[in-house]
Write a protein that binds this ligand. Structure first.
Ligand code: 5AD
Ligand code: SF4
Length: 513
């Protein structure tokens, strides 16, 4: 790894380093460079380095003995999975997990930068943590994840949140042992953020959340640069994991008894495009995963841009490939889509959906929508509503546009008042609810297959789980069926969940057919 890319601030207290008769200085960087969104925008110049030799250095082993860590995760599944990796590193260092901040020795906030309100939550939380730090100066508070990649955030934390001991970004999670050690030894806030295109690091330890469903990264980063989105700046360029590494991980999960995997990437449809020695794309990967003995395989999230016919053909084969596709449309207006830089039109999106529905007639389609993009007119917003009605999405995540510093859209003049945007969101959400309820109504009286995840959040007498199409189902059954696939007869359909009667556990032969 290029030494220049290791950026950090902080002065190692020699007294402590000497006390332990260890020289840690080679593990640290003394030159501080703030993260740079401009640098993070560059593409093509840097080689992707591939590392598969991660090991915890002998010097760091045991540093967590008698100490506890707590990680709070904000944002997407990618972040949740990064948290599993950091939990793995903490455990390998000897730390124990805790579920409350009050008895933690290290608190990490794994942050999300996608919208302003996500960022505000983190700043609020940092405020709440200040008294804890005042009571316990030994406590180490860290900020990582997407917000750390933004120079404005790092500057704000450096200036106003002196309760923070360390900041690191999305590219150097594997440096957690070094950064932590430096935070223990340093008087200053340790900042190590790499504004680079990104590497691939295999063999990182993981402590997965649960033993029923698992996330599997297939690629990192995004090169799409939709004009509103900060992700390409915070997560680096598109780079795919090698198929053999992914397949080995999935096989291992299957052997451990996991029932479902979700392939993760900012834009999984671009999988494999960056291989120059291999013609292997998402369709090939999904086709290979069909032969692994794991009942359900999902992927998220897709961009209509790279959604190829071969992938549709493979998904139509079914088996363990579920018939649910999350296909963010963002807007129903071709002119807004153009300014968003989405590279498809309303018409070409509809064509793609028609193709998918022809090949997979009972597919469940869900989407993401942004309302109130700069200067979106009433007519353009109406086009989003009519597209929704036409596509009959079964669920949608809906957002008010939030300007992100450094992105092209944030520099656009915007003459749409916030109350108009809020009203549009409400109108859209009414349509979303209507179609969500319609999609659920179809299930009344039907028998569905449910992967049982555990007790329902609202009532511990009731179990809950999800269907292949990701519908939440609640029913009464013995706790022994948790972690299994079961058949449930739906009795009541609500907008966001189904109630049903447990019938029986699905036999293994049934699962694989
Ligand atoms: N403002 C509002 N929503 C956004 N998203 C991404 N960037 C922004 C932004 N600046 C939404 C998109 C994306 C989802 C993950 O978040 O709909 O698909
Ligand atoms: Fe953001 Fe667009 Fe990349 Fe999705 S495809 S992460 S919306 S830039």
């Amino acid at each position: 790894m290029n030494e220049e890319q290791r950026l950090s601030i902080g002065e190692v207290k020699p007294a402590i380093a000497n006390k332990e008769e260890k020289d840690y200085s080679q593990y640290f960087q003394t030159v501080y460079e703030p993260p740079s969104l401009k640098k993070a925008r560059r593409r093509g110049g840097e080689e992707v380095s591939y590392f598969d030799d991660f090991e915890i250095d002998e010097r760091f082993k045991g540093m967590g003995n008698g100490r506890k860590f707590y990680i709070r995760t904000y944002g997407c599944q990618m972040n949740e999975h990064d948290t599993e990796v950091m939990a793995g590193i903490f455990s390998a260092l000897g730390y124990e997990a805790t579920t409350t901040v009050d008895d933690a020795d290290v608190i990490l906030l794994n942050t999300c930068a996608i919208r302003e309100n996500a960022e505000n939550k983190v700043f609020g939380e940092l405020g709440h943590l200040k008294p804890l730090k005042q009571r316990n100066p030994e406590l180490v508070i860290g900020v990582c994840g997407c917000m750390s990649q933004e120079e404005s955030v790092v500057n704000k934390i450096l200036q106003t949140y002196d309760q923070v001991d360390m900041i690191f970004g999305t590219h150097n999670i594997h440096r957690l042992p070094n950064i932590l050690t430096e935070a223990y030894l340093s008087k200053e806030m340790v900042v190590e953020v790499w504004s680079k295109e990104g590497d691939i690091i295999e063999n990182l330890p993981k402590v997965r959340h649960g033993d029923i469903k698992a996330w599997v990264n297939i690629m990192y980063g995004c090169d799409k640069f939709c004009t509103y989105c900060i992700v390409p700046y915070t997560r680096g360029k598109e780079r795919s994991r090698r198929p053999e590494d992914i397949i080995q991980e999935v096989r291992h999960l299957a052997a451990q008894g996991y029932q479902e995997i979700t392939l993760l990437g900012q834009n999984v449809n671009a999988y494999g495009k960056d291989f120059d020695d291999l013609n292997y794309r998402l369709a090939d990967l999904m086709d290979d995963l069909r032969y692994i003995d794991i009942p359900r395989v999902r992927f998220t999230t897709s961009h209509p841009w790279d959604f190829e016919d071969e992938l549709i053909e493979v998904l139509a084969k079914g088996g363990n490939l579920v018939e649910h596709i999350h296909l963010p449309v963002q807007s129903g207006s071709s002119s807004i889509l153009k300014i968003m830089g989405r590279t498809y039109t309303r018409e070409s999106y509809i064509e793609l959906v028609e193709k998918i529905r022809k090949a997979i007639p009972d597919v469940a389609l869900t989407t993401d929508i942004i309302v109130g993009f700069p200067n979106e007119t009433d007519e353009q917003f109406e086009e989003t509503l009519t597209l929704f009605e036409e596509m009959k999405f079964e669920m949608a995540f809906t957002y008010i546009y939030s300007p992100r510093d450094g992105t092209p859209a944030a520099r656009m003049e915007d003459n749409i008042p916030m109350d108009v945007k809020k009203e549009r969101l409400q109108r859209l959400n009414k349509v979303v609810n209507k179609y969500a309820a319609k999609a659920m109504d179809k299930y009344e009286g039907e028998i569905v297959e449910v992967l049982v995840e555990g007790e329902s959040k609202k009532n511990d007498e009731v179990l809950s789980g999800y269907t292949r199409k990701n519908k939440l189902v609640n029913f009464k059954a013995p706790k022994s069926v948790i972690g299994k696939l079961v058949k449930v007869k739906v009795t009541v359909a609500r907008t966001w969940s189904l109630n049903g009667e447990f019938l029986h556990v699905v036999e293994r032969e049934e699962v694989m057919n």
